[in-house]
Design a protein around this ligand. Structure first.
Ligand SMILES: Nc1ncnc2c1ncn2[C@@H]1O[C@H](COP(=O)(O)OP(=O)(O)OP(=O)(O)O)[C@@H](O)[C@H]1O
Length: 256
């Protein structure tokens, strides 16, 4: 990638459903290493934007550039292969496998040129020192080494989220997309999930699509506020907090 390329850029992005533009000419540029949040009131277009970036939806107009390359027409799997990771609201975890097997499979999937999935799972573990070492390292980073032999399905909610982050990490993404990662969590679990994201994914560029404005104020480098499918405001948390348009549209919307 050229050094001055943003990690993720959208150019005149439009997504129409019938005659209705859910995303209506959005330009964003997220720099390498940045923690960007995309927020907005109900129906603003956040989920649509997430899906346009990840490839879950095709753009009606405009383009998505990842690492300086046009990925607008690439399916999600190819975007993942190029280094876009996604977490939450998609099931990355195999409940019937252990914690270790889940991480190992994800490490393996990245190295699939050297070994098949089947080999990774069923061949004697000692023969794959590189895969095992990396698996152990990730288990340590997500703090699940002690329960590595437990079945994923049996984990408490918070530990499942940790495992999901481990699975994403194993694919060595440059960019990780999160869609409301703390939805359904209480305050304590929300904080520990955010701490984990910040601690484990420190080198990655992060894009978080989120409803909770207080949460994004605390954790983001930059915030993009969407309203009616357009960028209403963009700036640091301080700039967004002071922005009258945002207060009118978003904070007003929250008290409905
Ligand atoms: N598949 C679809 N077909 C038709 N309209 C859609 C579709 N998906 C989204 N929309 C509409 O596009 C607009 C934006 O929806 P989107 O889900 O992206 O918003 P959001 O900001 O994520 O909202 P919320 O916070 O309520 O989840 C909404 O008016 C929604 O009804």
């Amino acid at each position: 990638m050229a050094t001055d390329d943003p990690m993720l850029r959208t150019d005149g992005l439009v997504k129409e459903f019938g005659n209705f533009a859910a995303i209506d000419g959005v330009d964003i540029a997220v720099q390498p290493g940045e923690f960007r949040s995309i927020i907005g009131p109900n129906g603003a277009g956040k989920t649509t934007m997430f899906n346009l970036i990840s490839g879950g939806l095709d753009a009606t107009e405009g383009a998505v550039y990842f690492d300086g390359e046009d990925v607008t027409d690439l399916p999600p799997e190819e975007r993942i292969q190029r280094g876009m990771g996604r977490s939450f609201q998609i099931s990355n975890i195999f409940g019937g496998l252990t914690v270790r097997e889940n991480v190992r499979l994800a490490v393996q999937s990245r190295m699939r040129d050297s070994y098949s999935f089947r080999e990774a799972l069923f061949k004697p573990t000692g023969r794959y020192d590189d895969i095992n070492d990396e698996t152990d390292e990730i288990l340590g980073r997500i703090d699940l080494a002690d329960i590595a032999e437990e079945e994923a399905a049996a984990l408490p909610y918070g530990d499942k989220r940790r495992l999901e982050i481990g699975v994403v990490l194993a694919t060595e993404p440059e960019l990780v997309l999160f869609d409301e990662p703390t939805a359904g969590m209480g305050p304590e679990e929300t904080q520990s999930t955010i701490d984990l994201i910040e601690e484990v994914l420190v080198e990655q560029t992060l894009i978080l699509v989120e409803h909770d404005i207080e949460l994004v104020m605390e954790i983001s480098d930059m915030i993009t506020v969407l309203n009616h499918g357009q960028v209403l405001a963009e700036g640091t948390p301080e700039e967004i907090a002071d922005n009258q348009d945002v207060q009118d549209a978003y904070l007003g919307g929250m008290t409905e």
